[in-house]
Design a binder for this molecule. Structure first.
Ligand code: ARG
Length: 465
């Protein structure tokens, strides 16, 4: 069916011709901005209150508008809102159209001095603010689970890697907290993003400001915003908060995907360090034996989606002329999708970690004596040999062990002394993974005291924020 002819649309006064069918669909945003219905109604109720303060609305009209809007909200909530697919262009026009049907002429006063350009900014910011508060809570949950699992797994040692090559022994908890440390940074950055999302554009008009002296401070406060947007031309053009959300989310997703990648590797038979619970795995339609870590693979994959949204929208924003342009509508879908993606990924990661089986024995079995070569060098450092020499000496020991086909701890003292006469009986103590780990007890290290301090710091951070 053809859409309503342009003259009959909300903005159709100056139009005579009909809008093209495809153009109507191309232009409409209700199909995705309907999730903003509640924020749109909140914004309109506040706007109506501000109009009442200016005597543009009477008490009776304000009452009609507020109860009418509450009715519209209820219809959305109960899934009973009937969309007019021929005329409802976006959430703002849909709500106003329905309000008019419910309360009659008073509805026509609501949009006095207001523009959809400011309305969409208010709706997006209110909605995003609420969602980001939820995501902050979810991130705290993820940090708490990381801390709890780190505490429980404290005695477990594993190979620490650089370049994916076995490097030095570390505590499994230390590895887990390395990821939690990234996530803590994400939570700290999120607070800054939330501050800037919470700036109220209401009262800026289409671009130039409000001619009736509307009380912008009152409206910002009434809607729970932290500040009032300071420039009308900027306010209707400002989707920096969306860029910030997308870029913030990109880095968070990079962190989650790195954690996911580690866990995917660690859950292979080749490592066997961890096992992802059935609740977060799926099977193969062909190979009966398969159990795949799809949860983690999806997180890794979705990181690309979010990063694409960030660079995609930034490209839309680049070179836009001053104030509002319809290109800005392109900010709505990525914002909504990105927030949903991030929220799911954080919660799924928490679930995966909470239910993960940690195979300490497998990790222990993967520790090899050559990972203590640095400790051998350090042994000689403690005897006064410059590190550059000890590095060579320890290297020579590794080579000798390799030639002999034994591990470095199996070389007789005699062989060691041929390389350096400073080796004594007590060198045997060096070949102890636990000792190696416990020696790294400075701030941020992998000893149990350092790891426990990290756990305490994360617990305190979650409790305080
Ligand atoms: N759906 C529009 C958006 O998301 C609302 C603002 C429309 N403003 C306009 N001048 N057509 O940007």
């Amino acid at each position: 069916m053809a859409p309503t002819s342009a003259p009959a649309l909300l903005w159709g006064g100056r139009f005579t011709g009909a809008i093209d069918d495809l153009m109507f669909q191309f232009n409409e945003s209700l199909s995705f901005d309907k999730v903003l219905y509640k924020a749109d109604i909140q914004g309109s109720i506040t706007w109506a209150k501000a109009l009442r303060k200016l005597d543009i609305l009477s008490d009776e009209e304000l009452h009609q508008i507020v109860t009418g809007l509450q009715q519209v909200e209820k219809e959305w909530e109960e899934g009973k809102f009937v969309i007019n697919t021929k005329s409802d262009e976006d959430i703002h026009t849909a709500n106003e159209r329905r309000l008019g049907e419910l309360i009659g002429p008073a509805a026509g006063k609501l949009h006095t001095g207001r523009s959809r350009n400011e309305q969409v900014g208010v709706d997006m910011r209110l909605w995003a603010g609420e969602q980001l508060a939820d995501i902050a809570e979810a991130l705290k949950g993820l940090l708490s689970v990381s801390a709890a699992r780190a505490k429980e797994a404290l005695p477990i040692l594993m190979p620490g890697y650089t370049h994916l090559q076995r490097a030095q022994p570390v505590r499994f908890s230390h590895w887990l907290l390395s990821h939690a440390t990234f996530l803590k940074g994400d939570l700290q950055r999120l607070e800054g993003v939330r501050e800037r999302v919470s700036s109220c554009p209401l009262g800026v008009g289409a671009l130039a400001g409000n001619p009736f002296g509307i009380d912008r401070e009152f409206m910002a406060k009434d809607l729970g915003f932290r500040s009032v947007h300071p420039n009308s031309l900027c306010a209707v053009a400002d989707r920096d908060f969306v860029v910030e959300i997308l870029q913030w989310a990109s880095l968070l997703m990079a962190h989650l995907s790195r954690l996911a990648e580690d866990l995917i590797l660690f859950s292979t038979a080749e490592y066997g360090f961890v096992q992802v619970a059935d609740a977060y795995s799926t099977g193969s339609s062909l190979m009966p034996q398969k159990k795949n870590p799809d949860s983690l693979e999806l997180i890794r994959g979705k990181a690309g989606r979010v990063m694409g949204q960030a660079s995609g929208f930034l490209a839309s924003l680049k070179s836009l002329p001053t104030s509002y342009n319809k290109d800005l509508q392109e900010s709505v879908e990525p914002m909504i999708d990105c927030i949903k993606t991030v929220s799911n990924c954080v919660r799924i990661t928490q679930g995966v970690l909470a239910t993960l089986t940690i195979n300490g024995d497998k990790m222990k079995a993967a520790l090899t004596d050559d990972m203590l070569a640095t400790d051998v060098a350090d042994y000689l450092v403690r005897k006064g040999v410059p590190f550059r020499q000890t590095h060579h000496i320890a290297g020579a020991i590794v080579r000798k062990a390799e030639q002999a086909g034994v591990s470095i701890s199996a070389l007789p003292l005699k062989d060691l002394r041929e390389i350096s006469p400073l080796f004594e009986e007590d060198v045997a103590q060096v070949f102890d993974f636990e000792r190696s780990v416990e020696q790294r007890s400075t701030y941020g290290g992998t000893s149990s005291s350092s790891v426990l301090a990290q756990i305490a710091a994360i617990e305190e951070f979650v409790a305080k924020n």
